[in-house]
Design a protein around this ligand. Structure first.
Ligand SMILES: [Zn+2]
Length: 364
C-alpha cells in the first residue's frame, strides 16, 4: 500500500488511479477543475432543465433529489429549485438507528420549501439485508446503501419522473474510477457495479427473504431513468455546500465530533456510519479521516503534514462504544460481531490479537 503524494489517498481504495508520480485521480481532477470551462457545464444544466420542462401534459415533478438533511443533498435540492427553477421532489430513506440531529436537520430543510417523501422500510427486512451485507461484504449498512438507489428509482418509476440528481460523483471527486468524469449521465449497470459492488442479487438471495418482501430493493430495469450528478455541472466543494446549507437550509452541526474523523459536519445522521467507516479502515487501511483530510488538502485548507497528524490520530478510532447496540441491531452476539469484523480485516495490513486490531503500516 502506498499513499498519494499530495493527499494521503491510499492505493487500496477501490478503482483508484494514480499517475506515474503517485498522485491520485482526485488530486489530478482538483487541478483540472481549476481550468475547466464551468460555463459550458452550466449551459448543459440549463439545457437539461429546458428538456425536462418540455412536453409536460399535466403537473408533475421534474426530478428527484435524494436527501438526508445533510449539507450536500440540501445544497443540490435548494439550487435546483431556487436557482434553476425545477419542481423538485426530495426523497429520503430513513436509516436504522437514526440520530436525532439527522431528523432535526431534515425537518428544517423541508421547511425551506420542499416536498419530501420519507421511506421507512419494514425494520426486520432492512435488518436482514444490512446483516447479510455485513457478513458477506463487510458493509455496515449495505441494505440502506442499496435503498438510496433502488427505492429512489422505484419511486421515480411510480411518479413517472425521468431524472434523478445525486450529489457528487465520489469516484471522480474523492478517488476511484474516472470513466464518468466527462459524462453527464450514467446508467443502471454502472450504478450496480460501482455503488452496490455488484453484489445486490447475491446478498438478497442469501438473506432468504421472499420476493414479495423485497419491494424497495427491486425495480423495473426496463424503464429508463437518467441518473446524473450535480458535481458534473458545478465545481464541487463540500465546504461551500456546508456553509450554504447552514445559511439557507437550517443545517446544524454535531456538538461533539464524529468518531474516526476530525470533522463534525458530514454524515452525522446515523450510528452505523462510524461503523461503516471503521470497516472500510480494516478492509483497506484508510478511514474517514483520510477521506476528510483529502478534501481539505485539495481545497488548499490543510497541508499534507497537518493532515498526516490528524489521520494518525483519528483514522483507526473504533466506534466500540456502539458495538453492543450494533450487535443488538444485527441480532447477533458481541462475540459474533467481533468474529465478522475480524473476518473482513485485511491481514496484510493489520495484526489481530484477541479483540485488539493494530495496523502494521505507518501512515506517511
Ligand atoms: Zn491525492
Amino acid at each position: 500500500m502506498f499513499r498519494c503524494k499530495n493527499c494521503l489517498n491510499a492505493s487500496t481504495r477501490p478503482r483508484i488511479i494514480f499517475n506515474k508520480d503517485n498522485i491520485c485521480n482526485a488530486c489530478l481532477w482538483s487541478e483540472e477543475k481549476k481550468n475547466l470551462n464551468w460555463n459550458e457545464r452550466e449551459k448543459k444544466l440549463i439545457e437539461l432543465v429546458k428538456t425536462i420542462k418540455k412536453k409536460k401534459t399535466y403537473s408533475e415533478f421534474d426530478c428527484i433529489v435524494p436527501v438526508s438533511g445533510g449539507k450536500d443533498g440540501s445544497y443540490v435540492a435548494h439550487n435546483l429549485k431556487y436557482k434553476y427553477g425545477l419542481n423538485v421532489l426530495c426523497v429520503t430513506v430513513n436509516p436504522p438507528m437514526q440520530l436525532s440531529l439527522g431528523k432535526k436537520n431534515l425537518e428544517k430543510f423541508k421547511k425551506t420549501g420542499f416536498d419530501l417523501i420519507s421511506i421507512d422500510v419494514e425494520p426486520n427486512i432492512l435488518r436482514k439485508i444490512d446483516k447479510q451485507g455485513f457478513i458477506d461484504d463487510g458493509q455496515g449498512y449495505y441494505g440502506w446503501m442499496v435503498l438510496i438507489h433502488t427505492a429512489v428509482i422505484k419511486l421515480a418509476q411510480k411518479f413517472k419522473i425521468k431524472y434523478i440528481f445525486y450529489s457528487e460523483d465520489g469516484e471522480v471527486e474523492y478517488g476511484g474510477s474516472d470513466e464518468k468524469k466527462n459524462k453527464q449521465f450514467y446508467n443502471i449497470d454502472y450504478m450496480k457495479k460501482v455503488y452496490l459492488n455488484d453484489k445486490l442479487e447475491k446478498i438478497l438471495k442469501k438473506s432468504n427473504l421472499e420476493q414479495s418482501k423485497l419491494n424497495w430493493f427491486t425495480f423495473d430495469e426496463k424503464i429508463k431513468i437518467n441518473f446524473t450528478h450535480y458535481s458534473f455541472y458545478e465545481n464541487w466543494d463540500p465546504y461551500r455546500n456546508y456553509l450554504y446549507a447552514k445559511k439557507h437550509c437550517g443545517l446544524e452541526d454535531l456538538s461533539e465530533g464524529n468518531i474516526g474523523t476530525f470533522t463534525n459536519f458530514a454524515q452525522n445522521d446515523q450510528v452505523l456510519a462510524s461503523f461503516h467507516y471503521y470497516l472500510m479502515y480494516l478492509k483497506f487501511g484508510f478511514g474517514r479521516a483520510t477521506q476528510d483530510a483529502g478534501i481539505e488538502i485539495r481545497r488548499g485548507a490543510m497541508t499534507r503534514d497537518q493532515a498526516l497528524n490528524l489521520v494518525r490520530l483519528y483514522d483507526g478510532v473504533s466506534p466500540e462504544v456502539h458495538f453492543n447496540e450494533i450487535a443488538e441491531y444485527y441480532e447477533i452476539s458481541i462475540d459474533n460481531l467481533w468474529k465478522i469484523i475480524k473476518k473482513h480485516t485485511n491481514r496484510t495490513l493489520f495484526e489481530i490479537n484477541k479483540n485488539k486490531i493494530r495496523p502494521k503500516f505507518v501512515i506517511e
